[in-house]
Design a protein. Structure first.
Ligand SMILES: Nc1nc2c(ncn2[C@@H]2O[C@H](COP(=O)(O)OP(=O)(O)OP(=O)(O)O)[C@@H](O)[C@H]2O)c(=O)[nH]1
Ligand SMILES: [Mg+2]
Length: 332
């Protein structure tokens, strides 16, 4: 027997992590007998797949070195961002990828039907100064999936990374490209994929990657219920408010926005997020943000608010770093 077979290293086909049977508190754990039997999933992925049992581990930091590792190759890269997570931080990470790349706006089935995607694409280019290819797709509805292969062919490459923030739908896309044989585990929990997973599809090699985590994020990591809400499962129907001077918006009873003046604002967020209009608050520390006509007020990890008229809004200081303003990506 060769030395190699006695020290066999195998990776979990669900999340990419190296399997181990020595410590059940660490990632990659699999009971020894299952390992010997040749099981393909670590215990976490097995439970996710078979019982939809979600274990949230906030100690996982998987971003480190990922960009450098990717940039050291000659592969192509698709970088997925879902419609509600287009913000300064996610676009900035996209720009740090030095390979030939495409920005993929994922989960398009969640975007309301009347939206003119070509216009959104042009506006995105202008707002964020993006020169790369941009495509919109939905793995759930099988829309535009083939553009992955046509883009690779155009660039004369066979190997590509699928990159993006956690929950952007990278693993779901790869399973979809593979004809939904569902080997890679996809779930609404952050950090489902833990290491690179190489999948062969015909002549192509598609590499799934662990998702980046937003540094500026709305949820405090341990808040399991909130994390679930941030990942929209249902169609995102925009909610329009005709705002009166004194109205204050309370989002999930913690983020407060006010001073819109007499205005019109449309919220694009997961419909599970609790938005209330109130007239009184007990917040002492507010910070100001200048908003121009037809701007989006972006709230990192939540979505955005399309505001019609120029105003100087106020946000409670605690959440100030989540907010950025851009020319609306829905601008006509
Ligand atoms: N509506 C909709 N949901 C999707 C789509 N693609 C993925 N999802 C859902 O988004 C969630 C995250 O999907 P994953 O494929 O695990 O995301 P990921 O980018 O691989 O996440 P990490 O592995 O954590 O980095 C799951 O609940 C999926 O069902 C899509 O096209 N439409
Ligand atoms: Mg994944």
């Amino acid at each position: 027997m060769s030395l190699k077979s006695t020290m066999e290293i195998r990776k979990c086909e669900g999340c990419g992590i190296t399997l181990q049977y020595s410590d059940d508190s660490k990632v990659g754990f699999i009971p020894k007998n299952k390992f010997k039997e040749g099981a393909i999933y670590c215990q976490r992925c097995f439970k996710l797949k078979n019982y939809n049992e979600k274990v949230y581990n906030d100690s996982l930091i998987v971003d480190e070195g990922l960009i450098d590792k990717v940039n050291a190759t000659n592969n192509y890269a698709f970088f997925l961002i879902d419609f509600l997570n287009i913000n300064d931080e996610s676009i900035n990470t996209f720009k740090q990828i030095k390979l030939n790349k495409t920005l993929v706006i994922s989960k398009c089935d969640l975007i309301f039907k009347d939206i003119n995607l070509e216009r959104v694409k042009d506006n995105l280019r202008k707002s964020y100064d993006i020169k790369d290819n941009i495509i919109f797709l939905s793995s759930k509805k099988n829309q535009n999936i083939n553009q992955i292969f046509t883009t690779l062919d155009k660039n004369n490459l066979k190997t590509t990374f699928i990159l993006g923030y956690t929950n952007a739908g990278k693993s779901t896309l790869i399973n979809c490209l593979k004809g939904n044989k569902e080997r890679i585990i996809a779930s609404s929990m952050p950090n489902t994929t833990l290491d690179f997973i190489e999948i062969k599809i015909g002549d192509y090699k598609i590499i799934d990657t662990p998702g980046f985590s937003l540094k500026t994020t709305f949820n405090k990591k341990q808040e399991f219920e909130l994390i679930k809400k941030l990942n929209p499962v249902y169609f995102v129907s925009p909610i329009n408010y005709q705002i009166k001077e004194e109205q204050i918006f309370s989002i999930e009873d913690r983020l407060y926005l006010k001073n819109f003046g007499n205005n019109s604002a449309t919220f694009y967020m997961s419909n599970m997020i609790k938005i209330k209009k109130i007239y009184k608050d007990e917040i002492d520390n507010y910070k100001e943000i200048n908003v121009n006509e037809d701007n989006d007020v972006v709230i990192a990890s939540l979505g955005f608010i399309h505001v019609k008229k120029k105003c100087t809004i106020k946000v409670n200081e605690e959440y100030y770093n989540l907010i950025s303003v851009r020319d609306s990506i829905l601008k006509k």
